[in-house]
Design a binder for this molecule. Structure first.
Ligand code: FMN
Length: 322
C-alpha cells in the first residue's frame, strides 16, 4: 500500500507472522528512468523476504524494461497493478483503467512475461472499472492466464466505488470459477470472520490483507490460525506489547529512513496504532506538530503510561483510502 507498507512496516509485520509481503506500487516509467525516489521505495533488507514488487504502467516496452530491473534486483515475485483507482493514474490509462483495455493489457502481460525469466508474474485488479458485475475481472483474469501469469488477486470493488460500500466476494468467486490459476481474494478483511467469509463465498486460494494490517500486525498470525482450523481465540496483545511494537516501528523508521522522514511518517503511523484507544486525539495532534523523534518517543511513552490495562483490541482504520 502506497505510503504505508514501507520497510519498517514490513519488518514489524513479518516479526508478528506475515507470510508474504508486497512493496507499494512503483511507476515503471520512473523506475526505468532511475528516479531516486522510486529507487528508495524499493529499499529492502535481508529479513524482508519473501517479497513481491509491484509495477504500475501501461506501455508494454516500458513495463518489460522495468520488469527486468525488478527481477535483477532480486525480488521474489512481480505483480502488475490493474487496481489503482486514483484519477491521476487512470487518466494516463494506468492502474484500473487497463480493465477497460483488454487488448492493451494483454500486450503488457505478454511483454512482461517475455522479459522476466526467473520469477512469477501476477496481476492485481479491481472487480471492474464501472461495471459492477465482476465480468471485467473475469475477462482480465482469463487474459492473464492465457499470457502465462501465475496468479490473480481481485479486490472486490470497482474503480468507480473507490473505497465505498463493501467488497463483493461473489465477484471474486466468479473469477475463481473462470480460471485455473490461483485466485487471491482481497477487500475488507479485518478479522478471522471476514477471512472465513471471503474464503466461503469465493472459494479463493489465498487472502490478501491491506488496511487490516495497519497498526495491527497481530492480524496476520490470527488469520493464519483461523484459516488453518485452529479453534483458539484470536491473540490480543496487551498494552505493553502494543507500546513496544509502536516504539519499535518508530525505531525502524529512524534506522531505515532517517529522523526527518520517520517523524513525518509517524503522523500516519500513530493514527493506525491508536485507533479506538482512549484520549488519543491530543497525542495525534502533538505528533503532527513536531519533527523531533526523541520528543515523539517520549510522547508515546507518556501516552501509554496513562492508558488503562484493559483496552479494546487493535482495530484497523478501515475507512482510510488512497
Ligand atoms: C493508502 C492505500 C494505498 C494503497 N496502495 C496500493 C498499491 O500500491 N498497490 C495495490 O495493489 N493496492 C494498493 N492499495 C489497495 C489495497 O492493496 C487493497 O486492494 C484495498 O485497500 C482493499 O483491501 P483492504 O480492505 O484489505 O485494504 C492501497 C490502498 C490504500 C488504502
Amino acid at each position: 500500500m502506497a505510503a504505508c507498507t514501507d520497510l519498517p512496516f514490513r519488518l514489524i509485520a513479518r516479526e508478528k507472522g506475515l507470510a508474504f509481503s508486497f512493496l507499494e506500487m512503483v511507476s515503471a516509467q520512473a523506475l526505468v528512468r532511475e528516479n531516486e525516489k522510486t529507487l528508495r521505495l524499493l529499499k529492502t533488507a535481508p529479513g524482508d523476504r519473501p517479497l513481491g514488487a509491484q509495477l504500475l504502467g501501461c506501455d508494454p516496452d516500458n513495463m518489460a524494461a522495468a520488469a527486468r530491473i525488478i527481477e535483477d534486483l532480486g525480488f521474489d515475485l512481480l505483480d502488475l497493478n490493474l487496481g489503482c483507482p486514483v484519477k491521476k493514474v487512470t487518466s494516463n490509462g494506468e492502474g484500473s483503467a487497463l480493465l477497460k483495455e483488454p487488448a492493451k493489457a494483454a500486450k503488457v502481460f505478454s511483454a512482461v512475461k517475455r522479459s522476466v525469466k526467473r520469477i512469477p508474474v501476477t496481476v492485481k485488479m479491481r472487480k471492474g472499472f464501472q461495471d459492477d458485475s465482476g465480468e471485467e475481472a473475469v475477462r482480465m483474469a482469463k487474459i492473464a492466464q492465457a499470457e502465462g501469469l501465475s496468479a490473480v488477486t481481485v479486490h472486490g470493488r470497482t474503480q468507480a466505488q473507490g473505497y465505498s460500500g463493501r467488497a463483493d466476494y461473489a465477484a471474486i468467486g466468479k473469477v475463481k470459477e473462470a480460471v485455473g490459476i490461483p485466485v487471491i481474494g482481497n477487500g475488507d478483511v479485518v478479522s478471522a470472520e471476514d477471512a472465513q467469509r471471503l474464503k466461503a463465498e469465493s472459494r479463493c486460494d489465498g487472502i490478501m490483507v491491506g488496511r487490516g494490517g495497519l497498526g495491527n500486525p497481530w492480524i496476520y498470525r490470527n488469520l493464519e490460525r483461523a484459516m488453518t482450523g485452529s479453534e483458539d481465540p484470536p491473540y490480543v496483545p496487551d498494552v505493553a506489547e502494543r507500546r513496544r511494537t509502536l516504539l519499535k516501528h518508530l525505531e525502524l523508521e529512524v534506522e531505515h529512513l532517517g529522523e526527518r522522514l520517520a517523524a513525518l511518517n509517524m503522523r500516519r503511523i500513530i493514527l493506525w496504532y491508536t485507533q479506538g484507544l482512549p484520549n488519543c486525539k491530543a497525542l495525534r495532534v502533538a505528533v503532527c506538530r513536531t519533527t523531533d523523534v526523541v520528543l515523539i518517543k517520549r510522547m508515546i511513552e507518556d501516552y501509554f503510561d496513562a492508558l488503562p490495562c484493559e483496552l479494546p483490541p487493535p482495530m484497523a482504520p478501515i475507512l482510510l483510502a488512497e
